[in-house]
Design a protein around this ligand. Sequence first.
Ligand code: SF4
Length: 191
Amino acid sequence: MLSVRSIFRSQLRLNSVTLSSLCYSSSSAAAIQAEKTIKDGPRNDWTRQEIKDVYDSPLLDLLFHGAQVHRYAHNFREVQQCTLLSIKTGGCSEDCSYCPQSSRYTTGLKAQRLMTKEAVIEAAKRAKEAGSTRFCMGAAWRDTIGRKTNFNQILDYVKEIRDMGLEVCCTFGHAREAAGCRTEEGWSNSL
Ligand code: SF4
């Protein structure tokens, strides 16, 4: 004779089978691309339409399949430790109204000069010793136009920090011609 408990258990099993087949039978772009990525590995020849289709996938589908790929490609219990250093603080000519570094507002923040190479490299060494694998430098500039000397100085910092085995990224406001060229040369992992 079937007990209430065994009926309940078989109902649960049925529900989970139905649920899992629902998950895996999804044919959204997120599901299709996730399956392909897990099977064939990463790719860098995405078309705009393919990206749009993934973007337009149902949100929970996107989360589920995105997590699948992420767990497949990475140890999901690991995070990359990065250190961010403001190498030139305050006195920015831009008007980002949320930012205390803009010179257009009285925020009590004193504008500073670009940090010296010694100070930046010392900070990068400390970051590495503390476990960071990426070092990011931020400068309170609207852009890098007319800052060739400073820019070349930072280029030197970047080279040295990369030689220490750290990834490097930079944030210098609008990155235009000069920064773009340097990115092509591959001196920074990101701008
Ligand atoms: S450009 Fe950057 S530093 Fe300058 S005000 Fe805007 S957020 Fe702040």
